[in-house]
Design a protein around this ligand. Sequence first.
Ligand code: S3P
Length: 427
Amino acid sequence: MDKIISTAKFLKGEISIPGDKSISHRAVMIGAISDGVTEITGFLKAADPLSTISCFNSLGIEHKFENEKLFIYGKDLKGLRRSATTLDAGNSGTTIRLMSGILAGLNFSTIISGDQYLIKRPMKRIIDPLVKMGADISSTEKFTAPLSIKPVETLNAIDYELPIASAQVKSAVLFAGLYANGTTRVIEHEPSRDHTERMLNLTPEKSSGKSIISITGGMKLEAKQFVVPSDPSSAAFFIVAALIVPNSEIKIINVGMNPTRIGFIKVLKQFGANIILENERTIGGEPLADIIVKSSVLKSNCILNGNLIPNIIDEIPILSIAAANAIGKFEVRDAQDLRNKETDRIAAICFNLRKMGLDVEEYKDGFAFESKKDLLSSGFESFDDHRIAMAFGIGSLALNGQSTIINSECVSISFPSFWKIVNTLQK
Ligand code: S3P
């Protein structure tokens, strides 16, 4: 389905955004391997986290949705049972990578795969550490899914220095660590999102610029309650929308403010964005706030690179839209992993920005462009990637004339109500 978008005159109103995708996945996973019934409030009912639920259903875990809550009937670390079918992670990298850490420690074989996009994404990053722990995992020759994970006598604890900044790799190793003999230590040089650590109550040791996260095998997990804040990565689309559409003022309530996730707010404030955080508080171990955003004159002169990249990795598409509507030169470097997302996001961003009439330079690890007045409306490709569809959907609101987002339904991966909220704010 293609979505036609016209110029917005203003955006106004108070909105709430669906639950955090990363936390929703983890709440189901941790619930499934805990003892007892886990209660999750604010779970994101979108295709990716629903893939995680359906994978655990195939492994014998039951769930129910009741009164806006999700209940997961956990079976402890070793109570999962063999699936009669291949687990289908759909489009979800988080599902396949994190679950592989759990599957590696179980006493039965599993095959896990996904859709046409997921089976192209790199899995060597999780296979390597899990094999070091003694796991038996095979993949295609290109180290992609389907992954076949067989039982082993024991998994051994390792010290693992992350070769790339990836919360998915870190979490896969930590989950496998629950099944290993001894204490597994993950050493992280560049901070990536820390939801797994928070949700498992692991306290990282900080030492000379690195963070060491330890987990002891066999640690018993008791079922608990999780409260999922609104996803800051989803809120980012509407924050930028209100900044770039003239005469706008919106309030977004209950947004997750985990410091490993809100680098994009700092970047936008550097651009001169009028963003105010109110009612800052902590619920269930995660900080939250309400956010007020007003239209702003943005200046984008900057290079985003280095340690900042893992913190803003999912927001680079929408930051590019903010930069296209700003004054100045915008450059992103050290972001080569963007090429391994749901689509090659560097190529996708460059392709669509060029359709807006910008001269974009593309690098292996990023891109750069100078903003221009009078950007062009156009037909933008989503490449079936939810964040590309949403970023260019928001960009279209500030263009003169009608634009189209091709295959816009892919927003259902993380934000099924996205287009509805776009409409609500214009009324
Ligand atoms: C995620 C980690 C990030 C992010 C993805 C969700 C997670 O991936 O891009 O959307 O929930 O752990 P990487 O770990 O590959 O950077």
